[in-house]
Design a protein around this ligand. Structure first.
Ligand SMILES: Nc1ncnc2c1ncn2[C@@H]1O[C@H](COP(=O)(O)OS(=O)(=O)O)[C@@H](OP(=O)(O)O)[C@H]1O
Length: 348
């Protein structure tokens, strides 16, 4: 009898323990922590930041996770530029930089920094401090149109980053001369003391002033001596003026960015004769820190679109004859042509 009751007791004890253990096991599966898989964590970070590589081994995974977390901590900070607009002045460089800044993956400097020409001694830390804050993966653009005129600056840019993307914009060379003339005498354009356009050109279509201004090829050649051609985009002011959207598409492709510009970003102003920023575009508020403009109209300031001087017919013909061979050399060098109004007859 005693033996039987002992067996029953043992049976009840074992059953009770089995029930307790089963309950604990179910509870731990339902509510307990699952082991964290570092690869999964990195993968979900990398979905947010597609440029981050998810490595195969654990020590790399740890390093990358550190980098990822670091980037998240310093999400927005000044970074050195990875694209420069290096020339040419009076060829629409400001409109180009401004329009590019509409892209959510581009930030740009408000001012021309002139680091590689004037302020090189200040060092890269200083240069970085001049940059607007950007997020990891965004492109920072600086534009200083005088860089292209200085072979030393081009060499310094190469030393700084030999795979940097460079953008050059050119314009009908005769219109560029007119634009520089108008800019030079903009304080008092009607003053009788101002030289005429022809006098300012030293009375000669072959003057040093003219030749210096119209020889785009010489400067672009210096760039091509150091940088691979696929890292240099050559655009035209005329295309930018007529079809900013088309030019932005070219730039997006060149910079390897997703398509983001839309026709609604730009609006044509009859009064200015240019496309301006569309103040109703959702991207418009984002550019206000990087472009000085008329906030009501979305157009660039009065320094753009000045009246150009008339040119005496014979002098103009002389300019066309002198400059045309320079254009031919340019088009051969860059492998494309621009149809410039002043040279329509010359190119036939
Ligand atoms: N959309 C738009 N808005 C305003 N301006 C435009 C635009 N597209 C091209 N342009 C032309 O840009 C010319 C000025 O060129 P830059 O900005 O390179 O000048 S600067 O070197 O920075 O001073 C300026 O030249 P001028 O007309 O001679 O003033 C403009 O014709």
């Amino acid at each position: 009898m005693m033996f039987q009751s002992r067996i029953v007791k043992i049976f009840l004890l074992v059953s009770a323990w089995t029930i307790v253990l089963t309950v604990l096991l179910i509870a731990s599966q339902r509510f307990g922590h699952r082991p964290i898989n570092s690869q999964q964590v990195l993968r979900s970070f990398s979905e947010l930041t597609p440029e981050i590589h998810v490595p195969g081994n654990h020590s790399d995974a740890r390093k990358d996770r550190k980098a990822v977390l670091g980037d998240f901590r310093n999400e927005s900070k000044p970074r050195l530029p990875n694209c420069l607009i290096i020339g040419f002045s009076k060829c629409g460089t400001l409109a180009l930089r401004g329009f590019l800044s509409l892209h959510p993956d581009i930030v740009s400097t408000l001012k021309e920094i002139r680091f590689f020409t004037l302020f090189y001694k200040k060092g890269l830390e200083w240069y970085r401090d001049q940059m607007p804050p950007s997020k990891q993966g965004q492109i920072t653009i600086e534009k200083t149109p005088s860089y292209i005129l200085s072979p030393e600056a081009i060499e310094r840019i190469y030393e700084f980053n030999s795979s940097i993307k460079l953008i050059v914009i050119v314009r009908d060379p005769i219109v560029r001369l007119q634009s520089i003339y108008s800019h030079t005498f903009s304080d008092d354009p009607k003053s009788s003391k101002n030289p005429t356009f022809e006098e300012w050109c030293e009375g000669n279509p072959r003057s040093q002033r003219v030749l210096r201004t119209v020889d785009y090829a010489q400067h672009i050649q210096e760039v091509f001596q150091l940088f691979p051609k696929q890292n240099v985009l050559v655009l035209s002011e005329e295309d930018l003026e007529e079809n900013p959207m088309g030019v932005m598409r070219q730039a997006e492709k060149f910079l390897g960015l997703k398509q983001s510009f839309s026709k609604e970003d730009f609006v044509y102003s009859k009064e200015k004769g240019f496309y301006c920023f569309n103040t109703s575009s959702p991207h418009y508020p984002e550019i206000l820190d990087s472009v000085v403009l008329n906030r009501k109209t979305g157009c660039l300031g009065s320094g753009k679109g000045r009246e150009h001087p008339d040119i005496d017919g014979r002098f103009l013909k002389g300019l066309v004859d002198v400059i045309q061979p320079y254009n031919v050399r340019l088009f051969r060098l860059i492998g494309k042509k621009f149809s410039w109004e002043n040279f329509k007859d010359a190119s036939r």
